[in-house]
Structures are given as C-alpha cells and as structure tokens.
Design a protein around this ligand. Sequence first.
Ligand code: HEC
Ligand code: HEC
Length: 372
Amino acid sequence: MRTIMAMVQGFGAGRRRCLAMATAVLVLAFPLLNSVEAVPQSAGPKPPRTLEETGLYSDFATLQVDQRHLAFSPQYPLWTDGATKRRWISLPPGTAIDGSDPDAWSFPIGTRLWKEFAFGGQRVETRFLERQADGHWLYAAYAWTADGREAQLVSERGRRGAYPLGGGRSHAIPGVSDCKACHQGGRSEVLGFSALQLSPDRDPDAPHAEPRPIPAVDLGYLVENGLLVGLPDTLRETPPRIMAASSAERAALGYLHGNCGHCHNDQGSLQNLGLFLRHSSAGTVPPAIASAVGQPVRKAAPGQSPDAVLRIEPGRPDRSGLMQRIGSRYPALQMPPLGTALVDKEAIALVERWILEADQLRKEAHLQEKGD
Ligand code: HEC
Ligand code: HEC
C-alpha cells in the first residue's frame, strides 16, 4: 500500500499534464467517459429548471419532502468522497415495479428518483432521474446555493469545484455523459433500488452503511404495499444475500457490487474486459471471485506496478492489480474512473483484509480436503 501511495503522490507533481493524458486514454478506451463533449439528452422533455419543479418537496420554503415519496437506502451505497446521501422514489399512483427479473427491475413510466449529496452538513447537489413516456430516462443534477435556499439545474457538462474537499481537491457535479457512463452500463438504469440492495437480510459490515429510513423500504414492504409485483417466491422466502466464505468477503463483494458492478458486468460495453464485479442472483460462485481472484490483469494501466500480474493475488494485496486501481487517484489508473476525487480508505482496508484472508481460507479448504 505504501508504495502505491508514494507512487500516487509522485504523480501529483505533473497532475495537470497527466490529467490531459489520462483523459485522452479514457476517451480512447471508453468514449462515454469523455465529459468534455456531453452526450445530449434525447429529444423530448427537458428537465425542469429548478429542483422545486421536480416535485420532491411539498413545501419548498421549509424543504418539507412530499410524504408520498418513499425514502430508501441501498445496503451497499456508492461512496462519493464521504458525501452524506438521502434518496427518494416516487411511482405514479396505481403503478408498480415489475420485479420478475431479480437482476433488472422494470420501472413504470413516470417513476422519479432523487438523490441528495451533502458535504459537512451542507447540501451541495440533488440528482434526478425520471422515466419518460418513450421509456428513456431523463438525467439531471441540481446545484444548491451556498445558503441552501435554492437548487438550480446544472448544465449537461456538469460543474467542477462544487465543494472543496481539502488538499486542492474538490467535488465535481458529473455531466450527463458521466451519469450515463455509470447508469447505462447494464440492463437497468436504476442502480440502488434493486432486489439485493433492498434485501431485508442487510449486511452489517457493508462499508459506509447508512441508517435505514423509517419505514424500512425493503422487499417485504414493497410487496405488501403493492409497489412491487412479480418478485419470484424464492426471493421472498430467502432474501437475496451474497454468499461468501466470511463476513469480510461478503462486505468486500458487496462494496464491489455497489461501486464497480454498474460498469464491470457481463452486459454493458465493458463485457469484453471479462471483469464481473456485479452480484448476480444466478450461479453459485460470485462473479467477482470467478473473474478476479487468480485471474491475470488484461492490460496494465500506466503507472501500475509490474508485480501486479493478477487482478487479485490471494494473500498479496500489494501485488493485486485491483488494489492498485482502488488505491490510486492518478486519472489513468484510478478506479472508479469517475465520481470521486479521494481514495476510499475504509474500502481499501476492507478489500485488503479480504485478499489477505482469501489465502488463509484457501489453505484451510485445502487442508480440509487432504484431511477428508
Ligand atoms: C460513478 C458512477 C455514477 C455516476 C457518475 C452517477 N451515478 Fe447515480 N448512482 C450510481 C450508483 C452506483 C447508484 C446507486 C447506489 C447509491 O445510491 O449509493 C446511483 C444512484 C442514483 C440515483 C438514485 C436511484 C438509483 O439509481 O439508485 C439517482 C437519482 C442518480 N444516481 C442520478 C444520477 C445522475 C442524474 C447522475 C449525473 C448527474 C449520476 N447519478 C451520476 C452511480 C453513479
Ligand atoms: C464508469 C465505469 C467504471 C467504474 C464505475 C469502474 N470501472 Fe474499472 N474499468 C473501467 C474501464 C473503462 C476500464 C478499462 C480501461 C482501464 O483499464 O483503465 C476499467 C478497468 C478496470 C480494471 C483493469 C482490468 C484488467 O484486467 O485490465 C480493474 C481491476 C478495475 N477496472 C477495477 C474496478 C473497481 C475495483 C471498481 C470499483 C471500485 C471499478 N473498476 C469501477 C470502467 C469502470
């Protein structure tokens, strides 16, 4: 770890040049990540100019959230430089989510979702998704004024410098092409309102877990209130849970699902990379284990140490390509490639613990086999 940090600090000096270079690399690798040329919204309704007009609040002056909207909290949240988040969903009256595919729910036309980001107790932005009549999702972000009285639509290019994070870094509000780089990487564009994320069998060790709003909007609540239909009976009887050899493994796989799986899965544009970090309800071996543990790095990123031959080398976090990616904020190396400016220390400690332990678990399993 120390060598990675030293390496990253070393890169700090030429950061501006590296940024330009890294953007070029990312553009070549993955055109959607280029936020300079924002992908235009599809023709059709434009997002409202203010957050007030999206209907989140019943009274904007007192910031009273409309009580018909449901507050929810996914068990494996996305980490955004330590932002505190609140989320709400609103379904048009009389409609329900189709949950028959446990890995990709289908939301009714007119569904709205909001996600608020606060830093140091100050609201900075609220993101908004709305399903349009043609089935497409509308993406928008609203930036709060410093006095917290108003939130205005941000341009499709996003906004840099929205909140200072210290050390010369700052939180950037993503542009619409960045929203889509994360949200359109799989079959469902809604990422945190899903069977695994709302399972009543919540992971007590999930990093950055948030208190669950009351009422607890989970699978049982949604089905009982007629808001979710078609959920397979097996999921009601045995709520979804990541099957793992230890609590650290379960939490680490959950973290990778929530923070990486929207891009790294077998459906989106990155499927050929063969790194699958999204949990799947099918199969017995978690995709992240099958595609990362003991598997060779496809293409070393600029700045990656040459010892990191494998994505995950059991027992050797210092020689695991995946660790080097999450331990870096050098643009061409860092993972996730967008959405954060700081490394997630809690996640690094967890994934490191899991990789160290993975070796132990393997040896124990081997000894047991021999003993049998
Ligand atoms: C780095 C990837 C990433 C980027 C960029 C991103 N999102 Fe998300 N977003 C997520 C993930 C993952 C979740 C679910 C986990 C969570 O909420 O913590 C989520 C949740 C949401 C939610 C709550 C509904 C849901 O899908 O769970 C909304 C609304 C939302 N994002 C809107 C946006 C908008 C609008 C933008 C661009 C301005 C954007 N997001 C940019 C990854 C991203
Ligand atoms: C917005 C989409 C996106 C997200 C989110 C994302 N990645 Fe990536 N990842 C990419 C792209 C694109 C590449 C290929 C280009 C490159 O190597 O930088 C990649 C490459 C990688 C590689 C190299 C694989 C190989 O064998 O060459 C690893 C490891 C990786 N990502 C891990 C992660 C982890 C861990 C997370 C979550 C903490 C994550 N990624 C989140 C887009 C994403």
